[in-house]
Design a protein around this ligand. Structure first.
Ligand code: PMV
Length: 308
């Protein structure tokens, strides 16, 4: 029997612009999915104890990476599904990690690549942000160009992603989940229409790319205040692109008086926001007061791992 776990994520800077080849920064967070896997005796019978929640990710992961005997798989997750916090990636990565460990072939990069394939099969068009950061942990910088600290390069069709390790200073984030699940696809399509038709939207995408590059420098120098200001600017630009919603904006406004910066994270249209703060309890209270579900999360957490 083996138990593995893998973290969820937030996108700190650069969502949506990353779809157009601009860079993005994603951080692993201290909310994890756990997988317990065991090869069961053929004679016992029961093969399928997969829960409904992430069933298609788990069965695809097994299909892609396991040809041994029947498996008993049990998943537990601290990540609410549909919250934009990478719950499906964390479940997929933890499951693939457990299978790799059963095979004696546990390797972060291989797990990241397989997990991206699984997400692509189940979701259709996916980017490898969630799966790569869940496998690697800490932080990743994703870009269409190769830079220093390269972890791996993933390509699909004509698309290319260079995944780099990104130093993460000690910081506390508060996540505020609106409780509204929002599918990523329609929001990406909405932004694409805007970008295809207006120069103004293309300039916004470029500006988000510049903000992300500056954010990388601020992270390296541990400038939390500067990073917070960049998050605020990034949020304003995402709002102009039309992916913020009134409930998200309410949570951002509630967090701001006690934060260095706050922004929606992920696709928007619902889902979650994040605030960078050194007063996490106050921010969590403020988020709760506006009807959100707060999670105080540490960063710099480990990626996929085998639990003791
Ligand atoms: O909320 P999520 O985890 O689905 O994040 C989506 C991030 C986008 O940039 C909007 C889309 C993508 O595939 O990069």
């Amino acid at each position: 029997m083996v138990v593995t776990s893998a973290p969820g994520k937030v996108i700190l800077l650069g969502e949506h612009a990353v779809v157009f080849g601009r860079p993005a920064i994603a951080l692993a967070i201290g909310l994890r999915s756990r997988c317990r896997a065991q090869i069961i005796d053929d004679h016992i019978g029961s093969v399928d104890r997969i829960g409904v929640q992430h069933g298609s990710y788990i069965s695809t992961a097994i299909h892609c990476s396991w040809d041994g005997g029947p498996l008993d798989i049990e998943i537990q997750s601290q990540l609410p599904s549909g919250s934009g916090l990478g719950s499906s990636a964390a479940v997929t990565v933890a499951t693939l990690g457990a299978i790799a460990s059963l095979k004696g072939e546990f390797d972060e990069e291989t797990i990241a690549r397989q997990a991206f394939e699984v997400e692509s099969v189940v979701q259709g068009r996916a980017s490898p942000i969630d799966t790569s950061v869940s496998a690697h942990g800490k932080g990743i910088f994703i870009s269409s160009e190769r830079g220093s600290d390269l972890l791996w390069h993933i390509s699909k069709d004509t698309r290319n992603w260079y995944i780099h390790d990104c130093e993460v200073p000690d910081m506390t984030l508060v996540v505020g989940f609106t409780g509204n699940k929002a599918p990523t696809g329609p929001l990406v399509a909405k932004v694409k229409r805007y970008v295809d038709h207006t120069r103004f939207a293309r300039e916004i995408i470029d500006e988000i790319g510049d903000i992300t590059l500056e954010g990388l420098q601020r992270m390296r120098s541990g400038d939390v205040e500067g990073l917070g200001r960049l998050m605020n600017r990034n949020h304003g630009l995402l709002a102009i692109l039309g992916v913020c919603t009134p409930p998200l904006q309410k949570l951002v406004d509630a967090a701001l008086p006690h934060s260095y910066g706050a922004k929606l994270t992920g696709a928007g249209g619902g889902g979650s926001m994040i605030a960078l703060t050194d007063a996490p309890e106050k921010v969590a209270e403020a988020i709760k007061g506006r009807g959100g579900i707060p999670f105080i999360v540490g960063t710099g957490v480990e990626g996929v791992k085998v639990e003791e």
